[in-house]
Design a protein around this ligand. Structure first.
Ligand code: 2BA
Length: 105
């Protein structure tokens, strides 16, 4: 099982790349805890021998970007000083885990 968190700007391309590559994908709308921006979380049930191929597609379509953070997005104040700060976001963050069973009913 791959769980991959992807920037919303890249999500369409990751989705298209994975589905045209033959992978079954579930896309969940999610929110980053730090910036509180929307992102997309992909769930992929993948056979072991196809994990690297799926990760390569995700990597290909996920870009690194710099985001300026003027204040804490949750309104708790400016923890970075008056000038704010730049945060590097992405490409993608992926977790690969073993699955005991996969059942379709
Ligand atoms: P956010 O939590 O909104 O984080 C956005 C970016 O802010 C992160 O980019 C990182 O560069 C920075 N950041 C996050 N927490 C920080 C902190 N405590 N102090 C300083 N900077 C911090 P990415 O690492 O590329 O993460 C992008 C998104 O991926 C995250 O959005 C979060 O939704 C998810 N993510 C990343 N690592 C994760 C993890 N270990 N577990 C769960 N979700 C994760």
């Amino acid at each position: 099982m791959i769980v991959a968190i992807v920037n919303n700007d890249d999500a369409h391309f990751v989705n298209t790349g994975l589905t045209t590559g033959g992978f079954h994908v579930t896309k969940i709308s999610s929110t980053g805890g730090f910036l509180m921006n929307g992102n997309s979380t992909f769930l992929l049930g993948v056979e072991d021998e196809l994990v690297d191929s799926a990760l390569e597609i995700i990597k290909t379509h996920s870009k690194k970007r710099t985001q300026f953070v003027p204040t804490m997005p949750n309104g708790s104040g400016n923890v970075f000083g008056s000038a704010g700060t730049k945060v590097s976001v992405g490409g993608a963050t992926a977790f690969v885990m073993d699955v005991e069973k996969c059942l379709h009913f």
